[in-house]
Design a protein around this ligand. Structure first.
Ligand code: HEM
Length: 234
């Protein structure tokens, strides 16, 4: 009895919940209401702060997945990649929330609060652009250890069930990332249009390029190869 009488952890806040989650420190990272350039700015800042936390977390899980593939624990690596794909899907849904912001309100925020800032400078995003380059070498190494090629896995998915699951998880992640980039592009077009130069002097339309750059092009190629083996054309 009486175990719920008071906090026992160190830190700020009246409860162990607040001390563990570090709620006071976290909320201090938001611009106070009185300093917002526009009431809609809170949503804009919250969305970006939450995105950075999740991007940082995905980078952490990708690092774990890479170690697992290197250690031949392919099944667990696939589970972590699946988790990462789910997080990226969550980020995509966050993007859609911002579409409820009126373009005119965004221009107030952009001109008064953002300085020269741009999403291109997001450190979390920059790291995730390298996921293909980071995962591919350990993936090739596990293929080598098992004397397998991707096309062999695709031809006999049941026979190579564990490796097929890993390939599927890599494709799931890749597709989630592309979908996120696509939804972000639609958000940018919706809020500022496709014609303006961005804060970094890049036309917003250039975002389209990113929606065509898969992280694991070789996997997508192999699917085309398999189709070719079954039937030369559709
Ligand atoms: C009103 C909302 C938004 C608008 C109008 C917008 C607009 C843009 C534009 C025009 C670019 C092209 C490059 C540049 O401007 O420097 C860009 C890049 C980027 N933005 Fe946003 N963005 C918005 C929200 C977000 C959110 C919520 C995120 C979440 C993290 C985000 C992350 C990024 C990233 C990572 C890039 C670089 C993308 C790439 O290089 O492919 N943006 N954004």
């Amino acid at each position: 009895m009486g175990t719920h009488t008071g906090p026992i952890l160190e830190g700020r806040g009246d409860s162990d919940y607040e001390r563990y989650v570090r709620v006071p420190e976290l909320l201090e990272l938001q611009k106070p209401v009185a300093e917002l350039a526009h009431p809609e700015e809170r949503l804009f800042q919250t969305t970006h702060q939450a995105a950075e936390l999740w991007l940082h977390h995905v980078d952490y899980e990708i690092g774990r997945a890479i170690e697992l593939i290197a250690a031949d624990d392919v099944a667990l690596a696939a589970e972590l990649l699946d988790r990462c794909a789910r997080i990226i899907n969550l980020l995509r849904q966050q993007i859609v929330i911002l579409e409820t912001m009126a373009p005119a309100d965004y221009h107030v925020i952009r001109t008064s609060s953002l300085g020269r800032g741009s999403g291109q400078e997001s450190p979390g995003f920059a790291k995730l652009l390298d996921v293909g380059k980071r995962v591919w070498p350990v993936f090739e190494a596990v293929l080598g250890r098992r004397s397998l090629t991707v096309i062999e896995i695709e031809r006999k998915p049941r026979e190579h069930a564990e490796m097929f699951r890993l390939v599927q998880a890599m494709l799931d992640y890749d597709e989630a990332f592309l979908n996120w980039r696509y939804s972000h592009m639609r958000l940018a077009f919706r809020v500022i249009g496709s014609k303006v130069m961005s804060l970094k002097n890049v036309p917003a339309a250039q975002l389209e390029q990113g929606t065509r750059e898969p992280l694991f092009p070789e996997l997508w190629e192999t699917i085309s190869t398999l189709t070719g083996e079954f039937k030369p054309s559709y």
